[in-house]
Design a protein around this ligand. Sequence first.
Ligand code: GLY
Length: 488
Amino acid sequence: MSPDPSVSGGTSAGAMTADDIRRAYLDFFVARGHHVIPWAPLVPRDDPTTLFNGSGMQQLVPNLLGEPHPDGTRLTDSQPCLRAQDIDEVGDNRHTTFFEMLGNWSLGDYFKSEQIPWFWEFLTDVVGLDPARIYVSCYSGNPEFGIPKDTESADIWTGLFDAAGLDAERVDLGTAARGAELGTGGARIAFYGAKNWWCRMGSAEAMPVGEPGGPDTEVFYLYPEVAHDPAYGAHCHHNCDCGRFIELGNSVFTEFRRVAGPDGEPAGFAPLPRRNVDYGGGLERIAAAALDTPDVFEVSLLRPVVAKLEELSGSAYSTGETHALRVIADHLRGATFLAVEGVRPSNKEQGYVMRRLVRRAIRYAYELGLTDAFLEELVPVVADVYHDSYPVVAARRDDAIAALVKEERSFRRTLTRGIGVLHTLAQRGGTLTGHELFTLHDTYGFPVELSLEEAGRHDVTVAPGWRGEFDADMAEQRARSRAAAAKK
Ligand code: GLY
């Protein structure tokens, strides 16, 4: 692949770029009566329950529960999201910690019969995806909670597939495990249970009292040239993780609220006063589909960053260094957005995640032979990608670069020595104790997860009780610093 950093990504002639798709998406929904709302900061201002904004609906929870929104009942935006919990998944062709989610919402306004055809129209007519490669899932219902199977959504999809001359067979799978066991027999509409229930907590059972949620319908794009990987089960199905089907987005029908039983504990569900729609679409995944590639690192938001890394390291994305290049590009993009928002690397909360992203990226770069400082050259490429669509990135570019370069300098001072310590341990076939993990953290700046990862890579075992020792050392060090501060 070309190492030219001016490449804008992609191979499919005439395909829309991610910037084109974002713009076209907002225009599409404005033309359907929606108001474009400002995206919420990555670090939520008034929500101590989460470190980062991980979905478009986060800022609209009160409105989904019934509070009127000043901009009306039809809203749209493109929301930068960060899902730090996905950090270990990064490296394949579709997982990233940072991504943009295209959103549209109906707050008690339109419902399934408008939303599903718009979702389809946007993907097929505007972005130009191949209708024959679109597969969908719907909710199979939950008798325990008295929530019925969503045949209404399935019927709307059937109408759309029929009109496109596509057969629309249905299959009831219930669980992903059953999907892997049975396959879909080629069916286009698959019903699942828990997989098609959406709420911030991940599952209906985990929802606290008062939390909104509901059934969703999800759209997958089939990459027929990707062979099913039997490691994921005997058969492929819509929710299989082998990469043949990639989810592009979901429309959640947020019409329920978790309620308490007589003991005050979360029990069943009650209907919300108004039925809402909460659509979330992965911009990078849709842009990749437009390019007819399952690889989100090919899209115009990530490809220039990968290209610059290829140039700096002399590595080639297409020949073996793919995983490391993806990790570095993803992590530095997330860290750049955090820096733009004013987050600074530290040992707690958002700052800790940012530190982990930067240090992990540097560690991966080291492996590619990028042993000298490189962020001063790379971060401007990330910032330039977002320069026009995110004015805040343009405005705070220099501050963000400076913050990341500072962190790089601080980590580099101890990186080589820290790696040396780990290698020595590996050679003596040792077991890493919690005290040693603390030293790696405290003296060499290795976030503990990074040391654990390194240990795994070099077949160093970790003592079963490491966490207790590590936490005790950390608590002792905090007490020492408090005493030192009190003396000043
Ligand atoms: N539409 C909800 C989400 O995927 O975040």
